[in-house]
Ligand binder design. Sequence first.
Ligand code: HEC
Length: 109
Amino acid sequence: MVLKRFQLFPLFLLFFSCQTGSENTKEISQQTPAEQGASLYTMHCAQCHGEDGKLGSSGAKDLSISKLSDQKIRQLITNGKGAMPPMKALLETDTNIQLVLSHIKALRK
Ligand code: HEC
């Protein structure tokens, strides 16, 4: 009985090691900050705002002509507004919010 349990244990470890450390996280950590911001934007924002910020899907504002301050953008990402859902949980960290913030400011003309 005891032996059987031990034989299963490595299988559990294998299972959990596959679950943690998703591909995306690994790829992102090897990029420069600008690339990280762009990747996060592509993953979480581009479906509504478009790669260039101009798509305007589901009423999303054109980010290339946005004049919001950093403070306002941060609030908007954290809390959402109208049809835009709060994005803080998806972005996970303040560092990631800052990276996306820098990226969308770079989309401005
Ligand atoms: C589900 C679609 C959707 C996603 C995903 C989305 N947004 Fe939005 N976004 C919107 C909509 C809709 C608005 C307009 C909100 C309003 O003013 O009513 C908006 C507005 C904004 C604005 C305000 C622009 C302005 O000048 O008023 C910013 C900045 C912004 N989004 C950034 C982001 C960022 C950064 C992400 C990714 C982390 C993101 N959005 C993801 C739909 C989305």
